[in-house]
Design a protein around this ligand. Structure first.
Ligand code: HEM
Length: 130
């Protein structure tokens, strides 16, 4: 199986429980008050659903799907809109990896590496639109 298939299946195991997304935002926000403050007025229930789809877009991008949806995320996150600083994406990915490690019963360090390799090009696209 190639990396994108491994990550696709791992994500399927993670998504079985909504707690995956609850834990992700807990980890992500606990790293920095600046990040927590960005979500003060956010409906987190809705945000968790949006993120579920957003991570899927990153994986589909690695599988060769069109850039259109990621370019739209790049636009909404850039300096003129949510103003998400490029360095925050590192925290985002670390929080995600921590959550995967905790939730996927088949987690291995190699699988963690596969997640990084699969997601990074899509993350770079969003971050690069800053
Ligand atoms: C909104 C995905 C990184 C903060 C969203 C939405 C999606 C999403 C799907 C909703 C659609 C939209 O408004 O365009 C992602 C993905 C990321 C990422 C896939 C990583 C590659 C970040 C980072 C931050 C952040 C690093 C830093 C704080 C926000 C905020 C919103 C948002 C503040 C709007 C919340 C609201 O509507 O109140 N994100 N995001 N995102 N994201 Fe991200």
């Amino acid at each position: 199986m190639n990396n994108t298939d491994l990550v696709f299946q791992s994500y399927g195991r993670c998504c079985r429980k909504d707690e995956f997304f609850v834990d992700f935002y807990d980890f992500f926000m606990s790293g920095s008050d600046t990040i927590r403050n960005r979500f003060l007025k956010t409906d987190m229930e809705a945000q968790r659903h949006l993120l579920r789809n957003g991570i899927m877009q990153l994986i589909l991008h690695a599988r060769g799907m069109s850039d259109r949806k990621l370019r739209a995320l790049g636009e909404s996150h850039n300096r003129n809109h949510y103003d998400i600083k490029p360095e925050w994406y590192t925290l985002w990915l670390e929080a995600l990896l921590k959550t995967v490690r905790q939730h996927d019963p088949h987690y291995t360090p190699e699988l963690g590496k596969a997640w990084r390799d699969v997601l990074n090009p899509g993350i770079d696209l969003i971050r690069g639109a800053y």
